[in-house]
Design a protein around this ligand. Structure first.
Ligand code: SF4
Length: 367
């Protein structure tokens, strides 16, 4: 182990903050069990033996996209045979059905492509209609990239877009579209969508308006480990300033059906290293997700030993990740999430989107 990696490990044990060189030294040291031990220590300091999940439903409104990013398997041109757009009544029907099928449903999660013609009023109308249909359910919708798109099509400042969505019933934003906040990388993997500065402007504006967001990173394409860590430092700096991020999630790149088919999906080793590095770097984030649908359930379960404290949701229906070749299911039963968490020796905590506890299943309590 290099002296700098040793310094980094000692710093973590003392509760200190890693700089880029220290993080890179730990990363390159590549001792997965050391990373696990350090990250688990940090996780348990923050959330003890609790591991969170929620009962949610994803709805992807449209796959018709003006950006057509090379990284994406989901977006389609308007004339494509499998292009689709959901209208308001259909979205409300899906949301209502989700609430009937899962009476504990606490969140509707809507993200979509950048439709070239749908006006901003279409999205506002959908949020208002879902809010009216399910007044108790949290609406987490529209990535910062979509918010930039709405600002462009509506001719509005980002703050006005966010305020209008909040007034219609939006509660929080997911953190997608961050990819790697490096415009050199973005010019290859997603040249026509929001820049690093635009993504950052949206999340900081949202946080200032009292709209929390998540943060994300897409790894395993053309970026270097240093660029991944620089991205984490950017997120950490935003969080220092606003405190508005609720959770971080790292998405592994799935190359199938994308414009980058020459790449191969990274392995479980890299997935777990990424989760651990996120937990070590993002000292001001309360929650690190292991998104089971992207990682597979077995790897997500292992990630609980690498600093993750959230397996995300029951999901039920998701198109974007599966378009890129994910072979995981599109939903999971609550009992199965609970079993996976308890098998790892942790307490399963069903949460709402703000991480308030709804129920818990621990050692002695079958809930
Ligand atoms: S990643 Fe998003 S913006 Fe890019 S093509 Fe896919 S749906 Fe469109």
């Amino acid at each position: 182990m290099t002296p700098i990696a040793e310094t980094a490990a000692a710093k973590i044990r003392r509760g200190g903050r890693l700089d880029l060189d220290e993080a890179l030294a730990l990363y390159e040291h590549n001792d997965l069990l050391l990373l696990a031990s350090l990250a688990r220590t940090v996780k348990e300091r923050k959330s003890g033996r609790d591991i969170y999940f929620n009962v949610n439903r994803h709805i992807n409104l449209t796959n018709i996209c003006a950006a057509r990013c090379p990284l994406c398997a989901f977006g389609r041109g308007p004339g494509s045979a499998d292009a689709y757009v959901m209208e308001r009544e259909e979205v409300v029907a899906v949301a209502r059905r989700a609430a009937e099928e899962a009476p504990d449903l606490s969140e509707i999660h809507m993200v979509s492509a950048l439709h070239p013609d749908k006006p901003f009023s279409y999205y506002l109308g959908i949020v208002a209609a879902v809010r009216a249909a399910l007044p108790q359910v949290h609406i987490k919708a529209f990535t910062p990239v979509e918010i930039c798109h709405f600002a462009a099509i509506g001719g509005l400042p980002v703050g006005d877009v966010l305020q209008a969505l909040k007034a219609a019933g939006l509660d929080s934003l997911p953190g997608g579209g961050a990819e790697i906040l490096d415009d050199g990388i973005r010019s290859v993997i997603c040249p026509r969508k929001a820049s690093s500065a635009q993504w950052t402007e949206v999340v900081m504006t949202a946080h200032r308006l009292g709209i929390p967001t998540n943060a994300s990173l897409l790894y395993g394409h053309i970026e270097t480990p240093r660029q991944r860590l620089e991205h984490l430092i950017k997120l950490r700096s935003i969080q220092d300033e606003t405190g508005g991020f609720q959770a971080f999630v790292a998405f592994p790149f799935h190359p199938e059906n994308t414009g980058l088919p020459q790449l191969t999906r990274v392995g479980a080793w890299e997935d777990l290293r990424m989760v651990a590095m996120a937990r070590l770097m993002l000292d001001n984030f309360d929650h690190i997700k292991a998104f089971w649908m992207m990682l597979t359930l077995p790897v997500a379960q292992l990630a609980l030993a690498f600093g993750a404290d959230d397996l995300d949701g029951t999901v039920a229906e998701e198109k974007i990740i599966h378009a890129a070749g994910a072979t995981t299911g599109t939903s999971i039963a609550r009992e199965d999430i609970i079993a996976v968490i308890r098998e790892a020796g942790y307490i399963a905590v069903e949460r709402d989107t703000f991480y308030n506890r709804r129920r818990a299943w621990g050692d002695d309590d079958n809930g």
